[in-house]
Design a protein around this ligand. Structure first.
Ligand SMILES: [Zn+2]
Length: 315
């Protein structure tokens, strides 16, 4: 039976009809009106209705950024959309007349990788999504870990640096401040300021007025030593975070997704190096695999659809 997955992002809403084997049968995209939560609900309803035409749909899953309750029905808080204790599932179920479940977007992406991507055949997997911020997903013994209230697995807000930089969540020193795309740009800016290997970065900054993801990304791809150093610094922080996560979760596989993960081994090599340096009881702990996500842009919709299908079966 097919299910529909909807992924609400900061700039676009993506939706797809997804088969039981994770295959995308049909898809649609519209721009997000981030300030208008009512318009987002309308857009989701319209998208589910248009994707359902001519299909037998068993359930719909919606992936959204933020904290979702363990019943997968209420959005406690979401950063860019004005949802606070929003009963999103009831609102959508009422209007659509089918089973709807809500999940955190990083959880949906992690679940998709576990079921249909790089995590196939693994039982314990931890995923970090490195975009503008840092998302997290934990699969433990074949189940998505949500915690007691549904807000578990928010790895981006685990403290990495005591008394470190303030984070948008209100705490300090979160992984998000040292292991995100935004952190990469900050490291690149510091390297540009220092001169030396930062010459090309400083020049790109002069040319564009600021350092953005695409100019730092192309310098990394071109082998520029300053841009590569910024990526290495990011990888070292992420490797330390993975060492701490291993002490708690002991996953067989760490998966890296999001825009920065395009760097592949250039990111994973410093991650592995820092992981080995910071792992408790190092030398006596079997080493997990470190890998890049496979599903990239489709992970959110595929994971949301599959979670909704499982949830409706369990009911
Ligand atoms: Zn934080």
């Amino acid at each position: 039976m097919h299910a529909i997955g909807i992924d609400i992002g900061g700039t676009k809403i993506a939706g797809a009809v997804v088969s039981e084997s994770g295959e995308i049968i049909a898809e649609r995209r519209v721009a997000t009106e981030a300030g208008d939560s009512g318009a987002i609900v309308d857009a989701v309803v319209e998208m589910v209705q248009s994707l359902s035409v001519g299909q037998t749909i068993v359930a719909a899953g919606v992936a959204a950024p933020g904290f979702i309750d363990s019943a997968q029905s209420t959005v406690y808080y979401t950063p860019n959309i004005a949802w606070r204790n929003e009963p999103l599932r009831d609102r959508l179920t009422e209007r659509l007349g089918i089973d709807v479940t809500i999940d955190n977007d990083a959880n949906a992406a992690g679940w998709a990788e576990y079921r249909f991507g790089i995590g196939r055949g693994v039982h314990d997997m931890t995923m970090l999504t490195i975009g503008t911020g840092v998302g997290g997903a934990i699969v433990s013994d074949g189940r998505l870990f949500r915690g007691g209230f549904g807000a578990g697995g928010e790895l981006g807000h685990m403290r990495l640096v005591p008394d470190g930089l303030p984070c948008g969540c209100g705490a300090r020193g979160c992984i998000e401040q040292y292991g995100s795309g935004r952190a990469l740009l900050r490291f690149a800016g510091e390297i540009a300021d220092a001169g030396g290997v930062g010459l090309a970065l400083a020049e790109a900054r002069r040319e564009h007025g600021t350092l953005d993801g695409s100019s730092v990304g192309s310098l990394i791809a071109a082998g520029d030593p300053g841009a590569r150093l910024a990526l290495e610094q990011l990888g070292h922080y992420l490797g330390q975070a993975c060492a701490s996560l291993s002490a708690i979760l002991d996953p067989e596989l760490f998966v890296f997704g999001g825009g920065v993960a395009i760097a592949g081994d250039l990111l994973l090599d410093p991650v592995r190096e820092a992981y080995r340096q910071h792992l408790p009881a190092r030398g006596y702990h079997p080493e997990p695999r470190f890998a890049i996500a496979e599903l990239v842009n489709d992970a959110g919709v595929v994971g949301a659809a599959d979670l909704a299908r499982l949830h409706s079966r369990a009911r």
